[in-house]
Design a protein around this ligand. Structure first.
Ligand code: ATP
Ligand code: MG
Length: 553
C-alpha cells in the first residue's frame, strides 16, 4: 500500500510543481548542545532525514551554539553519537558559531540601514515597555539614537568595553506589532563567557532568532522545519531575511510541525537535566530516561524508535502519544531480531529422580523461530534444574497450565516431566520438587513421545551449569500520565515513581556468559533484555515485557 504524503511533503511537492529546482532542496537538524537528545528529537531527526532520502537531498547537522552559558562539548559529542546510532549520515557538520563574523557584519548592516539600535536600558525596563498582546509597547528612549552613535556603541560592546547588562542591540521593527516578537527584539547581548569553540574571541553573542534564520540562509537550506512553538517567530524570520537576502540566492522558508509528546514522559531538556542534577537518575543515559542514549542503554533498537515516530505521524496539531506505542514498536522489532534464551528470575529447584546423578546431556534449542537463519545453541540438561517459583503450585485449578503435583509439563527444548512430591525446609517453605521425566519425550527426537502434547511449556536452566547474572527491571519513571503538566520542579518530583528500578540476580543458561555488550535477547516468557554496554560486569537491562502490562495499570 502506498503511504499518503504528510503535509510537509505536500508543501515540498507544491514547491516543485511551481518550478522549484529539486537540486536545491536541503534540510537541517539544528540542536542546541545544551543537553542530550530525547525521543522528541527523534521525530525532528526522522522528518528531516527521511525527507532528504525521499527528495534525494541532504541534511546539515547544525549546532545552534549561541549561548555559551549552557552549551558544552560533551553534548556536541553525545548528539553526534546519537544521530549516527539512528543510522543517519549528515552531509555537513556546521555550527552557528561558524557564522559569528557574518552575523556581526549583518548586524552592522542593519544599524547602517537604520534598522537596529543600541538600547542602554535594563532588561526590566525593556520588558515593561513591551506592552501586552492587546496593548502596544512604548518606544525606548534610545530608539532614536543616530547611526553613528549606534555603530560606535556596538563596536565598544564588541570590544568588551561594557559589562553584561549595560547595553543590548535591538532590531528596530514595530513596537505596536500585534506579534510581540516583532516589538524591537534583542539581537545581540554582551556576554563575558568563553565559548566552547570561539573561546574568548567574542564579547557579544547573537540571540537565537537572529542566528537561526540567517544560518539557514548561509547554508542555503530550502525548508527549515521546526516545532510549532516557533510559529510566532516566523514573522521575524521573514523580516530578517527581507533585509539580507540577495535575489540570486535561495530564500529559506520555515514551516512548523507539532512536537512529539509522550505519555508518562517529559521531553524538555531543562527538566531532564534537573532529574540528572538531582540524582533521580544515574545520568542522561539512565535506561529510564527518554533520551536517545537512555533508550539505547535500555535496549531499544534504532529501527523501533524510527518506526515509532513514523506511526505517531507528522501533523500540525499537538497531541500526546501513548508510551505503550513505543513499547509495541520495540516488541515488533525485537521479536524479529533477538535470539531466545532461558533465564530463571526466581528459582525453584527441581530434581529429576529417574535421571542419573552422574550424567548430563547437551540439548539443542532454536535461537529464533522468527528467523530461519538464526540456528540453534547448546543447552545443558542434568538431574537438578531450576524453574520459576511461580511456575509451580502444589494444588491448582484447571486453568493453571504449569507444574503441579501429578501433572505433566514440557521443559522447553527438553523433556516432559511430572511432579511427584514436594520437599519442605524446616520453616515449611518449599525447598524442591521431586519430578520424573519421560526419557523418550526429548524434543525434536522424532519419537511418538516427543510429539506428545502437554498443557504447558516451561523455561528452565541446569543447576550445575547455570550462571548468575544481574538484571535490572524497570518501571515507568513517572507514575503520572502527564508529567509535563508539572508547574514547578517540586511538583515534578512528586510525580516520580519511587519504584522505577528493581535489581535482581537471575540464573541463566551458560550460553549467556559470552554475550557481547549491547546484544539483545528474548528471555523466554519474560521479555526482551540487552547487555548493558557501560558496565564491566555482565548486567542485563530489561527493555520491555512480552506483553503490554501498562494497559491494566
Ligand atoms: P527542549 O525543549 O527539550 O529544550 P529544544 O527545542 O530546545 O528542546 P533543540 O536542541 O533546540 O531543543 O531542538 C532541535 C530541534 O528538535 C528543533 O528543530 C526542535 O524543534 C526539535 N524538537 C525539540 N523537541 C521536539 C519534540 N518534542 N518533538 C519534535 N521535535 C522536537
Ligand atoms: Mg530550542
Amino acid at each position: 500500500m502506498k503511504e499518503s504524503n504528510h503535509f510537509i511533503e505536500n508543501i515540498i511537492d507544491q514547491d516543485l510543481q511551481s518550478g522549484f529546482d529539486p537540486k536545491k532542496i536541503k534540510f537541517r537538524f539544528p540542536p542546541e548542545p545544551n543537553g542530550f537528545l530525547h525521543i522528541g528529537h527523534v521525530k525532528a531527526i526522522w522528518i528531516n532525514f527521511s525527507l532528504a532520502k525521499k527528495y534525494n537531498s541532504s541534511v546539515v547537522l547544525r549546532f545552534d551554539d549561541t549561548n555559551p552559558e549552557k552549551e558544552e562539548q560533551q553534548y556536541i559529542d553525545a548528539i553526534k553519537k546519537d544521530v549516527s546510532w539512528l543510522g543517519y549520515n549528515w552531509s555537513e557538520e556546521r555550527y552557528a558559531s561558524d557564522y559569528f563574523k557574518q552575523l556581526h557584519d549583518w548586524a552592522i548592516l542593519l544599524i547602517n540601514n537604520g534598522l537596529a539600535y543600541v538600547d542602554s536600558q535594563s532588561s526590566e525596563e525593556i520588558a515593561e515597555q513591551k506592552g501586552t498582546p492587546t496593548k502596544a509597547g512604548t518606544d525606548s528612549p534610545f530608539r532614536a539614537r543616530s547611526i553613528q552613535e549606534n555603530l560606535m556603541l556596538f563596536e565598544q560592546m564588541t570590544n568588551g568595553d561594557f559589562s553584561e547588562s549595560e547595553h543590548v542591540l535591538r532590531a528596530k521593527i514595530d513596537m505596536a506589532s500585534s506579534n510581540m516578537l516583532m516589538r524591537d527584539p534583542i539581537i545581540y547581548r554582551v556576554l563575558n563567557k568563553s565559548h566552547p569553540r570561539t573561546k574568548a574571541l567574542w564579547k557579544v553573542y547573537p540571540m537565537y532568532d537572529w542566528a537561526h534564520g540567517q544560518s539557514d540562509y548561509i547554508e542555503q537550506i530550502s525548508h527549515s522545519l521546526c516545532t510549532l512553538e516557533f510559529k510566532p517567530h516566523r514573522d521575524l524570520y521573514e523580516w530578517f531575511l527581507d533585509q539580507l537576502v540577495e535575489k540570486t540566492k535561495l530564500r529559506p522558508k520555515q514551516r512548523e510541525f507539532a512536537r512529539l509528546n509522550l505519555s508518562h514522559t517529559i521531553t524538555s531538556k531543562r527538566k531532564l537535566m534537573f532529574l540528572v542534577n538531582k540524582g533521580i537518575v544515574s545520568g542522561w543515559d539512565d535506561p529510564r530516561m527518554p533520551t536517545i542514549s537512555g533508550l539505547r542503554k535500555r535496549g531499544f533498537p534504532p529501527e523501533a524508535l524510527k518506526e515509532f515516530v513514523r506511526l505517531a505521524g507528522v501533523a500540525k496539531r499537538e497531541n500526546i502519544i501513548e508510551a505503550s506505542l513505543l513499547e509495541y514498536c520495540a516488541r515488533e522489532e525485537l521479536n524479529k531480531t533477538s535470539n531466545r534464551v532461558m533465564v530463571v528470575m526466581n528459582p525453584l529447584k527441581i530434581t529429576i529422580t529417574n535421571y542419573s546423578e552422574l550424567e548430563y546431556e547437551t540439548l539443542f534449542s532454536e535461537n529464533n523461530p522468527e528467523n530461519p537463519d538464526s540456528g540453534s545453541r547448546e543447552v545443558p540438561f542434568s538431574k537438578e534444574l531450576y524453574i520459576e517459583k511461580e511456575d509451580f503450585k502444589e494444588e491448582a485449578n484447571r486453568k493453571f497450565f504449569r507444574l503441579t503435583i501429578g501433572k505433566e509439563v514440557r521443559l522447553k527444548s527438553a523433556y516432559i516431566i511430572k511432579a511427584n512430591q514436594v520437599v519442605y525446609d524446616t520453616n515449611n517453605n518449599i525447598k524442591e520438587v521431586l519430578c520424573t521425566y519421560d526419557p523418550k519425550s526429548k524434543s525434536g527426537s522424532g519419537t511418538e513421545e516427543s510429539q506428545r502434547k502437554v498443557k504447558g511449556t516451561l523455561h528452565w536452566v541446569s543447576r550445575k551449569h547455570c550462571i548468575d547474572i544481574d538484571v535490572n527491571e524497570y518501571d515507568r519513571l513517572f507514575h503520572h500520565e502527564n508529567p509535563s503538566s508539572a508547574q514547578t520542579d517540586e511538583e515534578l518530583l512528586k510525580m516520580v515513581n519511587p519504584g522505577s528500578i528493581k535489581k535482581i540476580t537471575a540464573k541463566a543458561e551458560p550460553f549467556l556468559s559470552s554475550a557481547k555488550k549491547g546484544a539483545r535477547f528474548q528471555f523466554q516468557r519474560k521479555g526482551y533484555f540487552v547487555v548493558d554496554s557501560s558496565n564491566p560486569k555482565l548486567v542485563f537491562n530489561k527493555t520491555v515485557g512480552l506483553r503490554d502490562t501498562w494497559k491494566k495499570k
